[in-house]
Ligand binder design. Structure first.
Ligand SMILES: NC(=O)C1=CN([C@@H]2O[C@H](COP(=O)(O)OP(=O)(O)OC[C@H]3O[C@@H](n4cnc5c(N)ncnc54)[C@H](O)[C@@H]3O)[C@@H](O)[C@H]2O)C=CC1
Ligand SMILES: O=C(O)[C@@H]1CCC=N1
Length: 256
């Protein structure tokens, strides 16, 4: 399948790197100086030849999409498959902007996609055939795991948990480093310890299928230091609830 990538920023270029050599890839992004090696730049997306065998991947910011719908409509009219990774733009809104097309998959990846370690949830529009799902499986395979969901209503929560999620873990590691510095460590050492602990814990969770609670208990000696630290973390459940609720609300608000 030929791919036309609309928007070649962080997520678009990560996907394009994964496709190198396996799919012919055209890129429309007037703002970038160079397109990824092995891809070809196009100046006007609507004039790209190709009908049902073209997959158009929408990877611009949601706020930008409104100005692009008109230019992409000829591609929808010719039967292209659309794959959107934009936060907060629902299948109905995408379909309306594309002249009523239902051959659209709405997906929510995350930044570990750049190293093939992402997780994406995807929901299919009304006119998406099994072969289209297989094409999307193929397109997203280089980015990591893919899970299909049936209920588009879940996408806001997916966005809030896994789409935005990497930032929460980075933010916590930053806070851990700052706390180590406050406890007297040189800041660079505190950051080195926090970062290696964060990536090491993630690698351990990846290598060991045990429940996270078990991995946590393995660190926690009765009456020891970890127990003392964890006793201060009771607020984390309410905090996580507030974080995810705020991100999901923003996802719903972007949908308008
Ligand atoms: N960054 C993330 O963690 C995730 C982002 N997303 C979604 O992916 C989409 C892209 O996000 P990022 O890659 O982070 O943003 P980005 O800002 O890195 O990339 C957007 C790209 O769109 C280009 N662009 C702007 N106007 C354009 C136009 N009129 N026509 C063509 N290209 C245009 C920009 O030059 C830029 O290269 C967003 O809709 C976001 O909601 C989804 C999951 C995770
Ligand atoms: O912050 C955002 O809106 C995008 C969607 C998920 C991650 N980044």
């Amino acid at each position: 399948m030929q791919v036309l990538l609309i928007g070649c920023g962080r997520m678009g270029s990560a996907m394009a790197r994964g496709w190198r050599g396996s799919e012919p890839v055209l890129v429309f992004d007037p703002m970038v100086d160079a397109v990824p090696e092995g891809t070809e730049r196009v100046e006007t997306p609507g004039t790209v030849a190709g009908g049902a065998e073209l997959a158009v991947v929408l990877a611009v910011k949601p706020q930008v999409f409104g100005s692009l719908g008109e230019a992409l409509r000829p591609l929808a009219d010719r039967g292209a498959l659309f794959l959107s990774i934009m936060a907060g733009i629902a299948l109905a809104g995408l379909g309306a902007a594309l002249g009523g097309s239902g051959r659209i998959v709405r997906a929510m990846p995350n930044t570990p996609a750049a190293i093939g370690r992402g997780i994406t949830a995807a929901v299919a529009g009304a006119d998406v055939a099994d072969a289209d799902r297989a094409a999307v499986d193929r397109l997203l395979a280089p980015t990591g795991e893919l899970v299909w969901i049936d209920d588009e209503g879940q996408i806001d929560a997916v966005t809030a948990v896994s789409g935005s999620g990497p930032a929460y873990f980075f933010r916590f590691a930053e806070a851990l480093a700052a706390a180590g510095a406050a406890e007297g460590l040189p800041p660079a050492l505190a950051m080195r310890l926090a970062r290696a602990t964060f990536t090491g814990a993630a690698a351990l969770a990846d290598a060991d299928a045990a429940p996270l609670a078990d991995l946590r208990r393995q660190v926690t000696s009765p009456g020891g230091t970890t127990a003392a630290g964890l006793a201060e973390m009771d607020a984390i459940d309410d905090l996580a609830r507030a974080v995810v609720a705020a991100a999901a609300a923003r996802s719903r608000a972007l949908a308008g």
